[in-house]
Design a protein around this ligand. Structure first.
Ligand code: AMP
Ligand code: MG
Length: 360
């Protein structure tokens, strides 16, 4: 067991001495978890192969699941990539720093451990003062996946990181809750048209608007099935998942929420009557439909309001962790419309359920 140091820092004006100490840990080959605007990352010096290997050990992450490299200045993109497609520069200019990861051809300088030996590398410039200050202080890019145990919901607070990785990593920079609560959007720019590998905090529509082309959206990016390893490494495991069994109830018409709620309530009641501890993940708009279920002991949690999917994205992983902490055995979740942030929300819910989807 390691002693995990926690540096509490201000998200807007991080204490330079904490950043210096954390960068020193990274320089020595150690691991530091740090906040970004999406979720907390578990960082290692991207050019230190043995430090990067430790990320996989500590998370229990399959070695064929590559890491995103985080940068603080554009020159670092040029140093990581062997060539840059024009779309890379357009997207970097439009969205960095921000919740977009681009996949580009990789330079030989990047260790195999980072890319799982793929010929391409995933790069992003995060929009968070703490993350940027840490990369600047280290003076080189930081490889970082989400700072959770592999398979668990991604961490949106330092407490989540401590719960999963306390005693296993050298330090955590704690700057409170993250802004978006879902991971970055990943687009692969090594093919034409570009391919969405993972929907995330940056809506796909905004990327397409800047590029002036449609991005290809494979079924696995919608969370409808598992990916083939060659297409999207690391996208083929049950992920983001609570320990509880889970089902997602989807609709082609969320204008008719009563219809969705009727099915959710029926499934929840069936399970609670079998003696299982059941929780419904609903939205502010549908809370009122579940009074009968609640009276029979079904737990209710709202993810946020459908009027503002940002709130739903932001609460999602926290709610999935609460479900486990509170001992629920079965979760019934309502779907949301697959537009804007809704694409990322549905990807996470479907994967969390192990693709257990019911359509009404
Ligand atoms: P995480 O940060 O844990 O959400 O994981 C990062 C994700 O980025 C991985 O699961 C991969 O699917 C994706 N990724 C990272 N590097 C690459 C790459 N070189 N090629 C394709 N996808 C990548
Ligand atoms: Mg992850």
């Amino acid at each position: 067991m390691l002693k995990t140091r926690v540096w509490r820092v201000d998200a807007a004006r991080p204490d330079p001495s904490a950043i210096r100490e954390a960068a020193e840990v990274l320089r020595g080959g150690g691991l530091v978890a740090f906040p970004t605007e999406t979720v907390y990352g578990l960082g290692a010096d991207a050019y230190n192969a043995s430090a990067v290997r430790r990320i996989f050990e500590v998370k229990g992450r399959p070695p064929d699941n590559p890491l995103i490299v985080h940068i603080s200045r554009l020159e670092q993109l040029e140093e990581l990539a062997s060539s840059l497609p024009p779309a890379a520069e357009e997207l970097a200019r439009a969205f960095w720093p921000g919740p977009l990861t681009i996949v580009v051809p990789r330079s030989p300088r990047v260790p195999d451990e980072v890319t799982a030996s793929l010929p391409k590398v995933a790069v992003r410039m995060p929009a968070h003062k703490v993350a940027l200050a840490l990369i600047e202080e280290l003076g080189s890019p930081i490889a970082a996946p989400s700072a959770n145990l592999s398979g668990r919901p991604s961490p949106t607070s330092a407490e989540h990181v401590l719960r999963d990785l306390g005693g296993r990593v050298e330090g955590i920079l704690d700057a409170g809750d993250t802004l978006y609560g879902v991971e970055s959007t990943i687009v692969d720019l090594t093919s034409e048209p570009p391919v969405l590998l993972r929907p995330g905090a940056l809506p796909l529509e905004r990327i397409e608007h800047v590029l002036g082309v449609k991005v290809s959206v494979p079924e696995f990016a919608r969370g409808l099935r598992e990916a083939e390893v060659a297409l999207a490494p690391g996208m083929r495991y049950r992920h983001y998942a609570p320990r509880a069994a889970m089902v997602v109830v989807e609709s082609s018409d969320y204008g008719d929420l009563a219809r969705v709620a009727r099915t959710v309530a029926r499934l929840a009641l069936e399970e609670v009557r079998r003696g299982r501890r059941v929780c419904v993940l609903c939205t502010d708009e549908t809370l009122g439909y579940y009074s009968e279920a609640a009276a029979e002991g079904v737990g209710l949690k709202s993810l946020g309001t459908r009027e503002d999917p940002f709130t739903i994205a932001r609460n999602l992983f926290r709610r999935l962790r609460e479900v486990d902490d509170e001992g629920y055995e079965f979760v019934v979740a309502e779907g949301v419309e697959e537009r804007g942030l809704g694409l990322a929300i549905m990807n996470r819910l479907r994967k969390a359920s192990g693709f257990n989807i019911i359509r009404v």
